[in-house]
Design a protein around this ligand. Structure first.
Ligand SMILES: *Cc1c(COP(=O)(O)O)cnc(C)c1O
Length: 242
């Protein structure tokens, strides 16, 4: 690495470090308001559109959970991080086409976006063939009526959860949701909290609630999120909206 490249990398790491302090402060404030302990919250850094070098910076700053939403980008990035000696947990958080499931099970530790029986059984088959440990999965629940944004309708959640629980290649860990556009996130996350209570009555070990992004992490924490997925507040505004 040239001296000037090293200088830029140091600048970038300082920028991410400062953002991380601010995000941790927001999490602490939201937890205090909700009477929760910040240790209950796992911060997942969403690195989509950002390079593997940023993943390494995050790692040196103590973050070990990284989220990506497209296999085409995540697979080579995960390989690059591994080749550089990096060790992080990869969370696949985007809508997943079944023809990408085979690739995703080779590097992902957790898939947040399981929303159909077909996707679950495809992941199960590949996980059993290619992994030594089950793939951790969350079921994505739809909080609106827009099928474009993914998620199982709440009415179908219980049935899908029972199927996933019966699949030996998968380990059901909880629920994930994205706040709909055009509705205050608090209202949406309040519904998620209700679904989660019903769901956990039947699946007491599946306690993860993945909710909250840069703009609504505070509301998500108020309504029980255990995992927040933070991109732009940590790494900066993305050039292209994904
Ligand atoms: C991009 C993305 C995030 C992070 O969004 P920010 O607003 O940048 O924090 C979280 N969850 C999913 C599913 C995403 O695709």
């Amino acid at each position: 690495m040239t001296v000037s490249k090293m200088g830029l990398e140091k600048e970038r790491r300082d920028e991410i470090a400062a953002n991380l302090v601010a995000v941790r402060q927001r999490i602490a404030t939201a937890c205090a308001a909700a009477g929760r302990d910040p240790s209950e919250i796992t911060l997942i850094a969403v690195t989509k559109t950002y390079p593997a070098s940023d993943v390494l910076h995050l790692m040196e700053l103590g973050l070990t959970d990284v989220g990506e939403n497209r296999d085409q980008e995540a697979a080579p990035k995960a390989a690059e991080v591994a080749a550089a000696g990096g060790k992080v947990s990869w969370h696949f958080i985007g809508q997943l086409q079944r023809n990408k499931a085979r690739s995703v099970v080779t590097y992902a530790d957790m898939v947040h976006s399981v929303d159909s029986m077909k996707l679950a059984s495809t992941l199960d088959g590949h996980a059993r063939a290619l992994r030594s440990t089950p793939l951790q999965v969350l079921i994505q629940v739809s909080l609106d009526k827009d099928p474009q944004r993914g998620g199982v309708p709440p009415a179908d959640l219980a049935e899908l959860a029972r199927s996933v629980e019966s699949m030996p290649g998968l380990k059901l860990r909880g629920l994930m949701a994205i706040a709909p556009l055009g509705e205050p996130p608090k209202l949406a996350f309040a519904r998620l909290a209700q679904y989660s209570t019903l769901f956990q009555a039947e699946h007491p070990n599946a306690t993860i609630v993945s909710a909250g992004m840069s703009d609504d992490l505070d509301a998500a924490i108020a309504f029980g999120a255990t995992h927040v997925r933070i991109g732009s507040a940590l790494l900066g505004k993305r050039a292209a909206l994904r």
